[in-house]
Design a protein around this ligand. Sequence first.
Ligand code: DSN
Length: 415
Amino acid sequence: MNNLNKLKKQDSQIYKAAVGELKRQEEGIEMVASENYVSEAVLEALGTVLTNKYSEGYPGRRYYAGQEFTDAVENLAIERAKKLFGAEHVNVQPISGAPANLAAFVSVLKPGDKVLGMDLSHGGHLTHGHPAVFASKIYKFIPYKTEKDGSIDYDKLEKLAIKEKPRMVLAGFSAYSRQLDYKRISEIAKKVGAVSMMDMAHIAGLVAGKAIPNPVPYFDIVTTTTHKTLRGPRGGMILCKKEFAAGVDKAVFPGLQGGPHMNNIAAKAVAFGEALKPAFKTYAKQVVKNTQALAKELEKFGFKIIFGKTENHIVLVDVFSSKGVTGKEAETVLDKAGITINKNMIPDDPRGAADPSGIRLGPPAITTRGMKEKEIKIIAKWINEVVENRSNEKVLKNIKKEVTALCKKFPIYGN
Ligand code: DSN
């Protein structure tokens, strides 16, 4: 782990919070499907002096001098990302996923244009058209939904596209557990003269590790975060076909952002380098195996799994109908026992977003620390015990002790 000696001396409050968070991560079972643990090399890159440099523009065409090393860093990040995903063009500057999505919209849409995006409660993402998001005031988002069996009816989607004539067909999700038909979605977009876009933020690591199919060859524009299954630093990225490159670059800078965070881009490059190694393929495949084991075990305990099956790293569970506990209650009691998940809406959730019917969970983080199907079985059993004994503080305390003991056998940073 990073040496925090200077921080300790100078700012004990921040030091304490950082050390407390390290302990929380080391001793808890992190099952938020979008979280992961970066390597120490990635952490070191984040802490480099590259954070001191202003580098507005792109490699070879910056607005300030002194870019010898920042250009090298950004070019490495771009080349590695291109290799990882087979992309024609890559922009590594977006600060995170939401700004990457906005930049992608700005690059091809005019105010008032229509976008087909997946409904939030059906697994979509806020930035794909939720009314609370600023982009919804500029563009007209039309949601599409999943079917009762958890599938997407692509004939229905095609009919909707023909009826609405959107300028963009947007695929991607933050809580959907099934494989999308990339080819079909991009064909629908082509048929109605729309731009096809995919937000692969959740699954980018599984794609990089070749555990699931790659959307990049099929879509005009693909956005992602770099910190979820891809196991890089917190950040965003846009991959696109050559004809969209100039628009994307202009939308990111100067359209929406100023100076790129070069320490962060360096850390992205390091993470992409790691994802190019054979060990990352083993990791990605294990994430999928662990997820399938988790869904199977939870189902045995009577939990209702939404979307019928899981083909990625996400398990969405209707805890309200299966266990009579709300998503918020489940999140709170599991946290007490040292298991971190998040409350989540289920399709057309009769309850509100603040206290929905479901929870979302996944094993990308615990797979990074080496846990496999054997540990998943134990964790699923604990999840059931916690939920069923939610008002029994003694049970929660005992499970927390067992959670800590298990975590000690799988150190994240080896100290
Ligand atoms: N907050 C992320 C997630 O947990 O899925 C998406 O932006």
